[in-house]
Design a protein around this ligand. Structure first.
Ligand code: SF4
Length: 298
């Protein structure tokens, strides 16, 4: 059994920098992270083990310093936190800042902002939190619900697959042929690279393992993308979730991982598969030898 890694996979620079900033800050002073810094259970558990607290609600913050996650936050939310006398450390990824600036620019130019993404995702709350009016679309039916406007300014959550984003922009343009629809591509480069690499990988594999947190949006998107090209796609958080029966008769198994999956977790999955492949090779050779012996004895 051959094991192939996607050309681009795993933790992006935005997540790596955010984790490093959290660890560095926590060495100096007690730190609370507002929401999961990244959507990966392994990383969050490691941060907690270093004494970093995680609060899901501002009311639960009980340290002087609070960190905004890599997914960013609205100015309003940050000002409210500062208004409570807390120090805010921003771990917002620079590419999320790009999306924030794109929305602000479109609004300044008189466009009605429409954001392609998951309404309840933390990045979306940050992107929409300062807006007086906006639309959110993820499916065709969301486009059908948009009211007519003379000018639409469309951006995307950074981790949305670019194919879906372009398709939705096309639907908006078709639905409102009289309106001006300006699209600013805010899908981040690491997401695009991982999506493209996942397509290449899934096309040449009998089974694909996608590694990432249960709540990781970009991991779920990788699963969906791989499933378009490969019938056996399995989402795992760590090597502990792997099952041998997933790889029966698979000759090539691919590995990809979401942007918040640490290298050590990917290495664990790769090692598990290599060990499995080695055991299977031994079993196959033994079966072959037994058959050959039986043939000679006959
Ligand atoms: S997925 Fe993209 S936007 Fe999000 S942290 Fe990584 S590089 Fe930044």
């Amino acid at each position: 059994m051959k094991i192939v890694l996607a050309e681009h996979l795993g933790m992006c620079f935005g997540v790596k920098d955010a984790v490093a900033l959290a660890l560095e800050t926590a060495r100096r002073e007690p730190l609370t992270i507002l929401g999961d810094l990244v959507h990966n259970e392994t990383v969050v558990a490691e941060l907690r083990a270093r004494g970093i607290r995680v609060a899901q609600q501002p009311a639960d913050i009980n340290t002087q310093t609070v960190m905004v996650t890599a997914h960013g936050a609205s100015e309003r939310a940050m000002n409210e936190t500062r208004g409570r006398g807390l120090n805010v450390v921003e771990a917002t990824c620079p590419l999320v800042h790009v999306a924030h600036r794109a929305v602000a620019q479109l609004v300044r130019e008189g466009f009605h902002p429409v954001i392609i993404g998951k309404r309840d995702h933390v990045e979306m709350r940050g992107l929409t939190g300062d807006l007086a009016a906006f639309g959110v679309v993820l499916f065709e039916e969301d486009v059908a619900k948009l009211g007519e406007r003379p000018r639409f300014g469309v951006v995307a959550q950074t981790t949305q697959p670019i194919d879906r984003v372009r398709w939705l922009v096309g639907l908006i343009r078709n639905r409102f042929p009289e309106s001006e629809v300006r699209f600013v591509d805010t899908v981040c480069q690491p997401t695009k690279q991982r999506q493209n690499a996942a397509i290449e990988l899934a096309q040449k594999c009998d089974a694909v393992v996608v590694i990432g947190g249960t709540h990781s949006n970009n991991t779920h998107e990788l699963v969906k993308t791989c499933s378009r090209f490969c019938a056996r796609v399995h989402h795992v958080r760590t090597a502990d979730d792997l099952r041998e029966d997933w790889f029966v008769r698979a000759e090539t198994v691919g590995i990809t991982a979401g942007t918040s999956t640490p290298d050590v977790v990917i290495a664990g999955v790769e090692l598990w598969l290599k060990n499995f492949a080695a055991r299977r090779a031994v079993q196959t050779n033994q079966t072959k030898e037994i058959r050959e012996l039986a043939f000679h004895d006959a």
